[in-house]
Design a protein around this ligand. Sequence first.
Ligand SMILES: [Zn+2]
Length: 96
Amino acid sequence: MKNLISRLFGRNKRTPAHAMGMPPEMLKGLITSLEKTKPIELDCEDIFARLDEYVDAVLRGDDINTMMPDMKHHLEMCRDCFQEYEILVSAIEAAG
Ligand SMILES: [Zn+2]
């Protein structure tokens, strides 16, 4: 958390948040929302770039939950990527 705060406020680590015009409750809310955000959030481009790798792993029967939990999470949430995933799986299955 110390690192996070120094990243947010740069070199002025000693400047209290309220002296910078930010009410403490706002600061608290900001930090809470940062904590809730997952550190690595993949976007659709990242998913697409690694989709063949992911499909290979699924078809091999690898443990996706351990190996690529972020990919799995995204595919569960994102319809577009899931469709790409299904297309790729059926293409690979059709190819043999
Ligand atoms: Zn997506």
